[in-house]
Write a protein that binds this ligand. Structure first.
Ligand SMILES: [Zn+2]
Length: 469
């Protein structure tokens, strides 16, 4: 890769492996063979050794990828990729699956927390529409309205949602270049109706096993908007509430279940709902109506996830789809803390999870700059004209650079991070402003993402949990 400088020492290069120590294994390092084909990822210590002996070269800094100079890829073990697509962040976990007598054990080798920029895109689209709308009222020649002259292809997604799909696809493609990934586990829906055997119609008792219970709970959370049906409290523990109490012959059918916060659940006790809500007939009517309404298409909420599935299948990967209920069930069963990456790691069928203490790589989608060449003030009037070119002195905003500023200057010291460039040559590196371009050296070209290792650290105590079952 052209953006990698020649003079990178192993110590400098292995920023990701810096925190390696006993009990705190860092994220693994991706390895390519001499032809650029993926090999199994290796431990940072092994990567350092290879670099020191000149048997490997640095291929990319973040995430760290090395390329062997003397070897071809031999047999690799199959690796899997778990994905938990979310609205603000998506978790991705690379693991090696090992089949044992108790089932598949996953050895997690790399975790990535991908933060999307949907909100920003939404805001920018709104801004753009506002600027364009001005032309309808400004004193200009007549322009016919053209808000409705566009067609939308089937499967169209709003730009803010579509960006998420593309971010996920980008990273899966990258992983395919760096690792021998053969399968993908994707969290597709909140709950699995098949697992629950269509509760609205069949009325089967829900105590068929813990997984069914979890799916049912997720289903109810979705149906009742994750709030108490009686006081609309959110963010509190919610109990399953039998509308007709069991003591009065109420069934366990889903049409008799709602969610209630603990105080409401206790206050209601064994009263009939008519007695409990005697003061609030409107709420009573609303709850009764909602009880009968089945949640027809849970997948409608998950349009982005279905689009992700389509994109991954187009890459030729076998994609196994699982429900969020199952992920939650696995997480509780294996006593794993909740994070985007752990959700991705425990998505699907597994008996245990191992080697999971490293902080994930946090990747934030930043975009590749803007086409807009005029900045406006608060009133929408032009304030500043940007140059046509987006690079200055060979650097572009978003590049990962290291700046070594000599003593005697106010910014003296070593700074590493994303650079923001100015034509006059005074750059901002990381959070330090006013660094002359001459002190900067590029480590990696801007690729639309920013990187940090300050992800949610996972407790060492949560490591190496295998299922007791
Ligand atoms: Zn309540």
């Amino acid at each position: 890769m052209s953006s990698i400088p020649e003079r990178v020492t192993p110590q400098q290069a292995l920023v990701p492996g810096k925190d390696v120590g006993r009990g705190n294994p860092s994220t693994y390092v991706f390895v390519l063979d001499r032809h650029g084909h993926p090999c199994m990822p290796c431990h940072p210590a092994r990567a350092r050794q290879l670099l020191r002996r000149h048997r490997a070269r640095v291929h990319r800094l973040v995430p760290f990828v090395i390329r062997l100079v003397d070897r071809q890829a031999t047999a690799t073990q199959p690796m899997g990729l778990g994905i938990d697509p979310g609205s603000t962040a998506t978790g991705l976990a690379l693991y090696r699956a090992e089949s044992t007598s108790i089932g598949a054990i996953r050895h997690v080798l790399f975790g990535l927390e991908l933060h999307h920029r949907s909100r920003l895109i939404h805001k920018r689209m709104g801004q753009r529409a506002a600027y364009r709308r001005r032309r309808r009222s400004a004193n200009l020649r007549y322009r016919a309205p053209r808000f409705d002259n566009r067609t939308r292809k089937p499967g169209w997604l709003a730009p803010s949602l579509f960006s998420r799909v593309q971010h996920v696809e980008t990273w899966v493609r990258r992983f395919l270049h760096w690792t021998p990934v053969v399968s993908v586990d994707l969290e597709l829906v909140c709950f699995d109706l098949q697992q629950m055997e269509n509760p609205e119609i069949s009325g089967i008792e829900y105590q068929q096993g813990t997984l069914v219970g979890t799916e049912l709970r997720e289903y109810l959370l979705e149906k009742w908007g994750r709030a108490c049906a009686y006081c609309e409290a959110t963010g509190v523990p919610l109990n399953l509430d039998h509308v007709v109490p069991r003591s009065r012959g109420g069934s366990d059918r889903i049409a008799n279940l709602t969610l209630a916060c603990v105080p409401c659940n206790q206050a209601k006790g064994s009263q009939a709902i008519e007695a409990f809500l005697a003061q609030d007939p409107q709420r009573l009517a609303r709850i009764r109506a909602q009880l009968r309404t089945p949640l027809r298409d849970a997948a409608a909420v998950n349009s982005m996830r279905w689009a992700v599935k389509g994109r991954l299948e187009a890459l030729g990967l076998p994609v196994a789809c699982w429900s969020g209920g199952r992920t939650k069930w696995n997480r509780h069963r294996l006593a794993v803390a909740k994070s985007h990456v752990t959700d991705a790691a425990v998505c699907g069928e597994l008996a245990g999870i191992q080697g999971w203490t490293a902080a994930p790589l946090v990747v934030t989608a930043t975009g590749r700059g803007t086409h807009q060449r005029t900045r406006s003030d608060a009133f929408g009037l032009p304030r500043l004209h940007l140059p046509r070119t987006t690079s200055a002195h060979g650097f572009a905003t978003g590049d990962l650079v290291v700046a070594v500023v000599p003593l005697g200057l106010t910014t003296a010291g070593r700074h590493t991070g994303r650079v923001a460039v100015r034509t006059r040559g005074s750059f901002r590196v990381g959070t330090t402003d006013g660094i002359n371009w001459k002190h900067c050296r590029r480590l990696q070209r801007a690729d639309g993402y920013s990187y940090s290792h300050e992800g949610t650290p996972l407790l060492p105590a949560l490591n190496d949990r295998a299922s007791a079952a």
